[in-house]
Design a protein around this ligand. Structure first.
Ligand code: MN
Length: 430
């Protein structure tokens, strides 16, 4: 039996807005949280000790983290190298640099030849010797369109078609790897991907529309004794036989992960009899306290009653309350800040509700029509959670609309079937 620790989506260096500067260290407290939590994963790997550590990808928010963040990450993983525990670092979408192959933040571990460390930045099978014998790990990093497709391949294709072509090619490539596997050895597939049966966590917001979805049927194959996944931040088990598991992120990256348990997975790997267990990590709580005060006779009491110390203490708190203009005097602003000082950090979002209702959508009647882009614009203006993606979404929508227009243009030189130009028609009518 081979003991494996599987963790993923560290995202070290993100979420600084939820922390503050620690005056003693000069570091953001959220970075300190992430370092401490990663440290607990490594502690467990060493205390067991496990025979192999698998990291499912997304080490940092991007491929070029500041040196002090990279260093904090490296000093934790170095402990595995010192203990001679083989480790596989898989490249996720946040680790890839647009420079392509060899450009991922994690490739430095291969360049430096860190003993026992393997970097998975391509589809490849690694035979790894552990204290309990040999194991095969097939690495499948985050795939971009350009990994398996060239530009002419996808020209004029919709996202759905590209998805299909990409999974067809991946199926062939993965089949090639599978045929070369040694059937007598325990085998793991380590993949950074959005699997089609996964429930979305924060990744939906982190990487929306930027990649393709992997069909579950491609992964849940009997040749694998364990499928270790990364990318989706919410821990979930997609299949029991063989186990197909997202450990989820180790820390809350943002408020979309408020209600999720965070942790890693311990695996007892054995041919045809693999067991695993999710191990929760004691991470800092995030709390949203949302209150509608508009109908309240005593908004002050209602507000202060909702801010229970046991909810707030040491948590990252977001207080959202809705009030009417005439209630302004009854909002205990100073007392709010005093109570919330118990929190690790907090934000207060006070929403003034006007009598006319809160809709910011324009009037729609016969005289007013919205074109699709305008409609999307209005929709996004009402979705505070999509603010960061607004520009990308609008750009993508614009792309889709122009693409459609291009497809309906008659082919040059073949105008026999096309209707006469609009101007001519109008002239005739006149
Ligand atoms: Mn990812």
């Amino acid at each position: 039996m081979i003991k494996v620790l599987h963790l993923s989506d560290i995202h070290m260096g993100s979420g600084f807005s939820h922390g503050r500067v620690n005056p003693e260290t000069g570091l953001n407290t959220r970075l300190e949280d992430f370092i401490q939590t990663l440290g607990q994963c490594i502690d467990r790997a060493l205390s067991e000790p496990v025979d192999l550590v698998l990291f499912g990808g997304d080490a940092f928010p991007d491929a070029t983290p500041p040196p002090y963040v990279h260093q904090a990450f490296a000093s934790q993983f170095r402990r595995l190298a010192d203990a001679a525990i083989p480790t596989v670092l898989l490249v996720g979408n946040h680790d890839q640099h647009s420079q392509g192959q060899g450009g991922a933040s994690l490739c430095i571990y291969r360049t430096l030849g860190v003993p026992g460390f393997v970097v998975g930045d391509r589809l490849e099978t690694h035979r790894i010797q552990t204290r309990q014998g040999w194991v095969q790990v097939v690495t499948l990093p985050w795939l971009t369109r350009s990994t398996l497709l060239t530009r002419p391949d996808v020209e004029g294709m919709s996202m759905g078609d590209v998805n299909q072509v990409l999974s067809d090619r991946l199926r062939v490539a993965l089949e090639g790897e599978i045929r070369q596997l040694d059937e007598t050895l325990p085998t793991i597939l380590l993949a950074h991907a959005m699997v089609d049966t996964a429930m979305f966590g924060a990744e939906r917001f982190l990487a929306v529309g930027k990649g393709f979805t992997l069909p579950m049927t491609l992964l849940a194959r009997p040749c694998f004794d364990y499928v270790a996944l990364g990318h989706v931040h919410r821990h979930q088990v997609l299949c029991e036989q063989p186990p197909v598991v997202y450990p989820g992120s180790i820390e809350r990256v943002d408020f979309s992960e408020e209600k999720e348990d965070k942790g890693y997975v311990l695996v007892d790997l054995q041919k045809d009899d693999t067991r695993f267990e999710f191990c929760p990590l004691p991470v800092r709580p995030f709390r949203t306290i949302e209150l509608d005060l508009t109908q309240s006779q005593d908004p002050e009491r209602k507000l202060l009653a909702a801010l229970k110390p046991e909810l707030i203490e040491a948590a990252v708190v977001r207080l959202i309350y809705y009030f009417r203009a005439e209630q302004l005097e009854q909002i205990p602003t100073i007392a709010l800040h005093e109570v919330l000082a118990l929190a690790h950090t907090y934000t207060i979002q006070a929403e003034l509700v006007s009598e006319q209702g809160r809709s910011r959508l324009p009037e729609l009647d016969v005289a007013h029509q919205l074109d699709p882009l305008e409609a999307l614009h209005c929709y996004l203006a009402n979705r505070d959670d999509l603010q960061e993606l607004q520009a990308d979404i609008l750009q993508a929508a614009q792309g889709l609309l122009t693409q459609e227009a291009v497809e309906f243009l008659p082919i040059a030189g073949d105008d026999r079937e096309s209707p006469p130009p609009v101007e001519d028609k109008q002239l005739k009518l006149l």
